[in-house]
Design a protein around this ligand. Structure first.
Ligand SMILES: Cc1ncc(C[n+]2csc(CCOP(=O)(O)OP(=O)(O)O)c2C)c(N)n1
Ligand code: SF4
Ligand SMILES: [Mg+2]
Length: 288
């Protein structure tokens, strides 16, 4: 750990809360055991460690429990319409490329109603950090099936089990051209903090998918009676990207079969590519 990092580490969680959170908005709407608070906490630590100037930062979100996050942070923010946060964020970034853009979104907001905006913001490589809370459900509206709900799981709109195959959000982000993609479950604090830091530093579209419990609308319908049941499920059903890829390459048939039950986690993709603001700037300098 370098000197700078150890300096930040002695700042207590309480000081982080005082520095970044709007006290007048407390308590949050989040249920006991919800992972959105953890995700927010990791984001604040990442901002602190990167010494991000909050005067030059904008938080944006769509609609959903996860999209309530910007309202709790002492920062300029836009709580937009369902699925449209990335379109608003693209406009904000292009109008002032100096700004750091952080988007909080949910699985439904991001790739359900917002799917089309998502693929195009990614394709354009707009310089922003998108933190997507994947709780496998539409939490805020009471637990309807989402594009991420695992097959056979229960939801209010799938009382006999979900028959639809789910999307893999991170795979979609990579396929559409995101320049930094990572996925972590909320029960691992340090790795997501580091990935969010990398995402903020990356000049382009950064996508951090957080596997996050929705105890109320998903957990209780799917036999996760206790909060730790979901955390244990993440431990059993995730595998670090390096190990996953080793099995894909060198595993026997039985080991490969078991991968069907695992979600690949870690830093999943990283590349350098000009972002939209840079392309736009270049065009202005060369042609206008
Ligand atoms: C145009 C529109 N359609 C539907 C809704 C209702 N709605 C609000 S939040 C939401 C689901 C949000 O799910 P997700 O993004 O996964 O967030 P979570 O609550 O799970 O964090 C829906 C369908 C809405 N507000 N606007
Ligand atoms: S309904 Fe689910 S996602 Fe919403 S606050 Fe409660 S636990 Fe979190
Ligand atoms: Mg959700």
């Amino acid at each position: 750990m370098d000197e700078e990092e150890s300096k930040v580490d002695i700042i207590s969680g309480k000081k982080i809360q005082e520095k970044y959170l709007r006290e007048e908005m407390m308590p949050t709407i989040f249920c006991d055991g919800c992972g959105i608070g953890n995700t927010l906490d990791y984001t604040l630590w990442a901002l602190e460690r990167e010494e991000i100037d909050m005067e030059k930062t904008v938080f944006l979100s769509g609609i959903g429990c996860s999209s309530r996050v910007p309202g709790y942070v002492k920062v300029d923010s836009l709580h937009t319409t369902h699925g449209r946060a990335l379109a608003f964020a693209t406009g904000v970034k292009l109008s002032n490329p100096e700004l750091n853009i952080v988007v909080f979104t949910g699985d439904g907001d991001c790739i359900g109603i917002g799917g089309n905006h998502f693929i195009h913001a990614v394709r354009r490589n707009v310089d922003m950090t998108v933190i997507a809370v994947n709780n496998f459900i539409y939490g805020m509206t009471g637990g309807q099936v989402a594009p991420t709900t695992p097959e056979e799981d229960y939801a209010t709109t799938a009382p006999y089990g979900n028959v639809e195959p789910p999307f893999d959000m991170s795979k979609m982000a990579i396929a559409a051209g995101a320049t930094y993609v990572a996925r972590w479950p909320v029960n691992r604090p340090n790795q997501p903090i580091n990935s969010i830091r990398e995402g903020i530093k990356n000049k382009g579209f950064s996508f951090i998918e957080m596997l996050s419990p929705c105890t109320t609308a998903y957990g209780r319908r799917n036999q996760f009676r206790e909060i730790e049941d979901l955390w244990n499920w993440y431990e059993e059903h995730t595998m670090l990207a390096e190990d996953y890829e080793m099995v894909e390459k060198y595993g026997d048939e039985e080991e490969k079969e078991k991968l069907k039950d695992k979600i690949k986690i870690g830093e999943l993709h990283s590349e350098e590519k000009m972002c939209l603001s840079e392309r736009y700037q270049k065009l202005m300098e060369e042609r206008v």
